[in-house]
Design a protein around this ligand. Structure first.
Ligand code: SAH
Length: 220
């Protein structure tokens, strides 16, 4: 939805080429062409605080206020790839934060529902996404642990704050055949990025994919 024609265009293409589309240190390259295209399109600098504009395309998370962060670009791309989003998919995100991950998903899915527990962040992300023209993203303030039953079931669910277990309401709201990606682990330690797949009989498989560091999922 956003164009490549901006002062940060070169920096963004370099971010994708160097950090995402090629292997770097021990991390695997992201190869899904649609995910890579979305990472090339969405202007991450529009989602970061003005103070950090120069770091908008660097290989790191950045503060977004209220003790929260916008995730590292690679992690956004990697988690998005794991979701295997198709153009007809309805996706749920828990932890809207800046709205950047939601925008990436908005490029790939039919509709994105995203929940943020801190009301000021939810409001800010909502107006940012509106300003950028995303009509297929709906933001609400609330406790994402409970999911969004009114819009369930979801083809995929992404959680960008870490609970210490996989929330059962989110498993319940995942379609059979659906995929959920989330960091799971104790507060303020590294967590296990986990891929949960729901089978047709309603049971789930869990696969630990890599170690990650997210802010904790908090409850209302
Ligand atoms: N996806 C974000 C990164 C978010 S950081 C981005 O692209 O910028 C994680 C966010 O999860 C924080 O904003 C935090 O306030 C939020 N969060 C924590 N617990 C939550 C909960 N129970 N429900 C919804 N959001 C939650």
């Amino acid at each position: 939805m956003t164009s490549g024609d901006d002062p940060f265009s070169k920096a963004r293409q370099r971010m994708v080429d160097d950090q995402i589309a090629s292997p770097f240190d021990s991390r695997p390259a992201v190869t899904d062409a649609r995910v890579i295209e979305a990472m090339r399109m969405v202007q991450r600098h529009r989602f970061v605080d003005e103070r950090y504009l120069d770091l908008a395309y660097s290989d790191r998370p950045l503060p977004i206020g209220h003790g929260q962060t916008i995730s590292q670009p690679y992690i956004v791309a990697f988690m998005t790839e794991l979701l295997e989003v198709s153009p007809d998919h309805i996706v749920l995100e828990i932890g809207t934060g800046s709205g950047y991950q939601a925008a990436i998903l908005g490029e790939l899915a039919k509709h994105v529902y995203t929940i943020e527990i801190l009301e000021p962040l939810a409001k800010q992300a909502e107006s940012k996404l509106e300003e950028l023209g995303y009509e297929n993203i709906t933001v609400k303030a609330g406790d994402g642990y409970l999911g969004w039953p009114e819009h369930a079931p979801f083809d995929s669910i992404i959680v960008t704050a870490a609970p210490d277990h996989v929330p059962q309401p989110l498993i319940d709201q995942l379609k059979p055949g659906g995929r959920m990606v989330l960091p799971v682990g104790p507060v303020w330690s590294t967590q296990k990025l986990t891929l949960v797949t729901k089978k047709d009989d309603g049971t789930v498989d869990k696969e630990v994919v890599m170690a990650v560091g997210f802010v904790p999922l908090v409850r209302e």
